[in-house]
Write a protein that binds this ligand. Structure first.
Ligand SMILES: [Zn+2]
Length: 352
């Protein structure tokens, strides 16, 4: 997210709060409940160049979120119970379910104690290649390459470009330029180029998943916890929609098979890596249904309503974003007001 967009969102959360819009709109904007998306939960240890900051929240912020949710009348439920209420089309109190993508060890160390304190269940979506310790985390590799370099020669599809990466401002600008241009192209080309850039800076590409993600023995222990559900999240964490159907199928099926083999758990729920429309579309929703996943979640923002019962493999979630760790942001997300207003604006544009 660019600095400008981040500032706009922050201002919007404050405006919704101060104007009372969250409270005014809640009866129309809030659905039956919501599924929150998290990645890392840990004390922030990064510096001024932290482009993946959106993927991590501080433990205190998770605690605040759950405390606010409880105060606003939310009930913390399992994913099966959340899904039951969606199918039923009713929920006496609004519900909330926590989900954590990728299987980071900090979820066990920092989030689980908070979940226990609040009695809040959560689902961990595991990429089996991360648990094996051998799948790449290209977004971290790119961050490290830019952090270490004073300049990088990046080979884009339409030619090479030398980009200055010495100062913090240059690193931030370089990230915005490199990340989005590579990400909008084919995934193999993006991964190959980021691997090349990172290797050139001496980055140990294998270290990320080994250092950050729980291995199978750790997951087996964690899965014993009654608050924890294990879901599938592919093998190598690809943007599925960018790949041929057989590749997408294999990634989805194989991660479930690996979880069954290693943990003796049938992962009945799935999360699409990245999860936006570039990564998960109608073909992926159909594949998840064919593979018999009971639910599959995207990162498309929104609360759950009775209408979602018709689309169990295309469910929206609400991201707890590390760039917006404020009470105003929590209240807005729980009220549903931002999603309601975005939808209303889209309807207006379409009608014009
Ligand atoms: Zn993921």
């Amino acid at each position: 997210m660019t600095d400008r967009r981040t500032r706009l969102f922050r201002a919007a959360f404050v405006a919704l709060d101060l104007s009372g819009a969250n409270r005014l709109l809640v009866s129309r904007a809030r659905g039956l409940g919501l599924i929150l998306t998290l990645h890392h939960v840990r004390p922030f240890a990064g510096g001024e160049f932290a482009p993946n900051r959106l993927l991590e929240v501080e433990p205190a912020f998770l605690d605040l979120t759950l405390a606010r949710a409880r105060r606003l009348g939310f009930e913390f439920v399992t994913l099966d119970e959340a899904w039951r209420r969606v199918r039923q089309g009713a929920s006496a109190k609004p519900f909330l379910h926590l989900t954590y993508d990728d299987g980071y060890r900090d979820v066990r160390d920092f989030a689980l104690p908070i979940m226990r304190r609040h009695g809040a269940p959560g689902t961990l979506y595991i990429a089996s290649g991360f648990a094996d310790g051998n799948a790449g985390m290209w977004w971290l590799a790119l961050e490290q390459a830019i952090a270490r370099a004073d300049s990088l020669t990046v080979r884009f599809a339409d030619g090479a470009e030398e980009i200055r990466t010495a100062s913090v401002a240059e690193k931030r600008a370089a990230w915005d330029r490199i990340y989005w241009r590579l990400r909008s192209g084919p995934e193999e080309a993006m991964r190959a180029e980021i691997d090349r850039l990172a290797t050139g800076q001496g980055v140990d590409l294998g270290a990320f998943s080994r250092d950050l993600c729980m291995r199978w023995d750790e997951l087996a222990e964690l899965a014993e916890d009654p608050l924890v559900e294990i879901g599938a999240h592919t093998v190598t964490h690809p943007m599925l929609a960018k790949h041929p159907e057989d590749v997408a199928w294999a990634e989805m099926a194989e991660s479930r098979r690996a979880i069954r083999e290693k943990l003796a758990i049938d992962a009945r729920h799935f999360a699409y890596p990245v999860g936006n429309p570039d990564a998960a579309g109608p073909r992926e929703f159909a594949l998840a249904a064919e593979l018999d996943f009971e639910t599959a979640v995207t990162t498309m923002p929104g609360h759950l309503t009775a209408a979602h019962a018709a689309n169990p493999t295309a469910l929206p979630r609400v991201s707890l974003n590390g760039l917006f760790q404020t009470r105003a942001a929590v209240d807005a997300l729980l009220s549903g007001a931002p999603f309601f207003l975005t939808d209303a604006a889209r309807r207006l544009r379409n009608a014009a």
